[in-house]
Design a protein around this ligand. Structure first.
Ligand SMILES: Nc1ncnc2c1ncn2[C@@H]1O[C@H](COP(=O)(O)OP(=O)(O)OP(=O)(O)O)[C@@H](O)[C@H]1O
Ligand SMILES: [Mg+2]
Length: 486
């Protein structure tokens, strides 16, 4: 086809989903409905009528990929490559296998159109095209970057990342709205799901285990939003957290003892504060002979023990059937002879069932909760149980919580990006209708030393832990008292 004729701008990659599964075989065609969007916003309206001039030297400059992917030159080459390639050519082939033919096509088209591009620009074009075919387009390098923990796409023009606990705007851009949508659709197709106007919000997972949420327009007003919580390849242990200054050595020892002594533990914190990471670190002290059942919306936990059954919830299908909620899985787990149950996050009716489990011989169960303080966490638990079981009087809910939960660990992502455990709080029974708590450790800010970095100290409270008798039962009382020495 000659350029200037009918455009094939949004003809999508002939290739694969992120996991290397051809999109077609995942039940979804790779061709995006986003093509409509492209025409609507004008970006796909016309093919180049003339040969673009030589590219400006900055198309592969240090300002990210914007100049390149939005250049007329790239558009012409991309269309030419996808046009010349057989649509099924890439199915079943790897990126490396496809690279030579893409390179050849790029060189051929550049010569034919008399584009004056350098070798490095040519390489960059090939990388962008391969990222488009096999990966997630322009954000592919961010997914490969170990220092990035979150990738947040807000429409085609804004890609943020979180590094070392802080958000940064990157120079990466998508071609247009349709491009973001097509990447979002490819992610969803990879887990056999669909994201389009009729189901515009989807949770999915990448092949490497990263958690993804997608919201399409018109719900996302300024273009499709993709939020990726990258799966950390580093397994962060309590020891490592102590070295990094997330908590003190004494706190790490006490948490290790708490997990070994099978306390029921709740990790509380804000979004992205490191709750799941801490839960995973605590799970390292589960005995090798224990049977653990994990329940999550998107499986993120990685237990190191051999005897683990991991369960994942399921959303309803297109007809509105087949949903399996956390609550169903917790109830089912009780029939699976668990020694411990680990629930990724308690956020609804399952709170009632988790408390039941903790109260009925599944000591050592753990979960997380979104709350700003241990007290808030308790109040949230109360209201979640109340919503699940409106008939229960508040007093009996409190009594259940007081006897089920032993320890609440509060974690916070602070303004310097550092995650710190700000409180280790024990539940020590009830007085009247109030749950008694006592802090074993707290983090005290140094308010006089304001700087970029948060200054402060982890303090140990001089109290005898309420779980000392339980530690004695496990032969660990002395270790606990030693760790608690101020
Ligand atoms: N102590 C830590 N040191 C370094 N990185 C950490 C630490 N804790 C968490 N992270 C990183 O921060 C990101 C968020 O952590 P995590 O998923 O545990 O948070 P969360 O509180 O469970 O978030 P959400 O509320 O979204 O479930 C992850 O990418 C993780 O690798
Ligand atoms: Mg989490």
């Amino acid at each position: 086809m000659k350029f200037g004729q009918k455009p094939i701008l949004e003809r999508e990659t002939p290739a694969a989903t992120p996991g290397g599964i051809p999109a077609a075989s995942a039940g979804v065609t790779a061709s995006p409905s986003g093509g409509e969007l492209s025409r609507a916003d004008g970006s796909g309206a016309a093919a180049p009528a003339r040969n673009p001039a030589s590219p400006s030297p900055s198309i592969t400059g240090s300002d990210g990929n914007e100049a390149l992917v939005r250049s007329e030159l790239f558009r012409v080459i991309r269309n030419g490559v996808f046009d010349a390639m057989n649509a099924s050519a890439a199915i079943g082939r790897t990126r490396e296998q496809m690279k030579p033919s893409v390179e050849q096509l790029v060189v051929g088209i550049a010569e034919r159109e008399q584009f004056n591009i350098t070798i490095s620009e040519q390489r960059q074009i090939v990388v962008e095209l391969l990222n488009d075919m096999f990966g997630l387009g322009p954000i592919e390098p961010l997914l490969a970057d170990e220092s990035v923990t979150d990738v947040l796409v807000n429409g085609p023009d804004q890609v943020y990342v979180e590094r070392h606990g802080r958000l940064q705007l990157t120079p990466y851009k998508f071609r247009d709205n349709a491009h973001v949508t097509s990447v979002a659709q490819r992610i969803a197709a990879g887990v056999g799901r669909r994201v389009d106007e009729s189901s515009p919000m989807v949770d999915a997972r990448l092949a490497d285990g990263s958690r993804v949420n997608v919201v399409l327009p018109p719900l996302a007003i300024h273009g499709a939003s993709i939020s990726i919580r990258k799966f950390s390849k580093r397994n962060i242990t309590l020891q490592r957290m102590a070295q990094q200054g997330n908590l003190s050595e004494a706190m790490a020892t006490v948490l290790k003892l708490a997990s070994t002594c099978r306390l029921n533990i709740i990790v509380s914190g804000g979004t992205g504060s490191g709750k799941t990471t801490l839960l995973n670190a605590l799970s390292h002290f589960i005995g090798l002979d224990e049977r653990t059942i994990t329940i999550e919306d998107a499986a993120e936990l990685r237990l190191v023990q051999p005897h683990v059954v991991s369960l994942e919830t399921r959303p309803e299908n297109a007809e509105g059937f087949g949903a399996v909620a956390q609550r169903d899985l917790v109830r089912n787990a009780l029939r699976m002879r668990p020694d411990r149950i680990i629930l990724g996050e308690t956020r609804g009716a399952e709170a009632f069932d988790v408390l039941q489990a903790m109260n009925t011989g599944h000591d050592g169960s753990m979960t997380t909760i979104h709350a700003n303080t241990p007290r808030d966490g308790l109040t949230r638990l109360e209201s979640m149980v109340m919503m699940a079981n409106g008939n229960l009087p508040l007093m009996s809910i409190r009594r259940q919580i007081a006897s089920a939960v032993h320890l609440i660990v509060q974690i916070e992502r602070m303004r310097d990006g550092m995650r710190r455990i700000t409180r280790v709080t024990e539940l020590a029974g009830m007085e009247g209708d109030v749950i008694i708590t006592q802090d074993l450790f707290t983090f005290r800010y140094d308010a006089t030393a304001y700087s970029e970095e948060v200054k402060g100290v982890f303090e140990c409270t001089p109290v005898r832990p309420a779980f000392a008798p339980r530690a004695a039962y496990y032969g660990l009382e002395q270790a606990l008292l030693d760790a608690m020495k101020p």
